[in-house]
Design a protein around this ligand. Structure first.
Ligand SMILES: *Cc1c(COP(=O)(O)O)cnc(C)c1O
Length: 241
């Protein structure tokens, strides 16, 4: 993708963010843009940095590790956000490279990460990924009906006591659809769950809602997203997956 195209894309995304934020009665600054660079070459990252983008979302820690090696000296300018499913065996990369986790999806991985963080004297803010639809292809804490949600609450309570992990909010992925409005019900539900958790566990921080990608981020912002994860609307089709 040429640089001018990226500039135009960023302009368009920025104005859509502003408009949707206004529609939800919030300033545009209340929405953080996470630029998703999985499957994109490092040149895309250096150009995006030139445009002032600082938060990058990645799904595969080994891919991120290889990119960081190709970006010497720039790692301090970048905030890496892990948005993909976390495998325990990749814990080292996660703890070394990432400053924010969107995709904590189970108690086991919370324990693995916590131990690794303690060993390395680090800490990480995390979001709990929720599976709100029951799709088998999706990761996340099961929360598609009362029974699954009740069990998930017990797991979440366990996570509170895990050291070096601090919960900041929730994340979800809607089902694939052609229609952005189909995501709305899922995003509303994530916000409802946030409200429930705020009431039930007021000592924890539930501020952030990471929801919305290229095709539906306007809807996500209207429904309260504070973080959106945008790949293709900024950088075009992914080339390397
Ligand atoms: C790839 C990915 C995105 C970005 O998707 P686009 O359609 O490129 O905007 C957002 N969230 C997650 C979890 C992803 O894996």
């Amino acid at each position: 993708m040429n640089f001018q195209q990226m500039i135009d894309n960023l302009d368009l995304v920025t104005s859509r963010i502003k408009k949707a934020a206004e529609q939800s009665g919030r300033p545009a600054e209340s929405v953080k843009l996470i630029a998703v660079t999985k499957g994109q070459p490092v040149e895309v990252i250096t150009r995006a940095l030139d445009l002032g983008i600082k938060r990058f979302g990645e799904n595969y820690p080994e891919e991120t590790d290889s990119k960081i090696r190709q970006l010497p000296g720039l790692e301090k300018d970048i905030e890496w956000h892990m948005i993909g499913h976390i495998q325990s065996k990749k814990r080292r990369y996660i703890v070394d490279h990432f400053s924010f986790i969107h995709s904590l999806d189970g108690l086991h991985v919370a324990e693995v990460l916590s131990k690794e963080l303690v060993i390395n004297r680090k800490s990480l803010p995390v979001l709990l990924e929720m599976n709100l639809t029951g799709e088998k292809s999706k990761f996340g804490f099961p929360a598609w009906d009362d029974l699954t949600f009740k069990n998930t609450l017990m797991e979440i309570e366990e996570i509170f006591s895990r050291q070096s992990i601090s919960i900041k909010g929730l994340m979800t992925m809607p089902p694939l659809s052609e229609d952005p409005n189909a995501s709305r019900v899922v995003y509303k539900r994530l916000r409802d769950i946030q409200t429930i958790l705020e009431k039930k566990y007021p000592d924890q921080n539930w501020t952030e809602l990471s929801m919305g990608s290229s095709f539906d981020f306007d809807v996500a912002i209207q429904e309260g997203a504070t973080m959106i994860r945008i790949g293709q609307a900024l950088f075009g089709l992914r080339i390397q997956i």
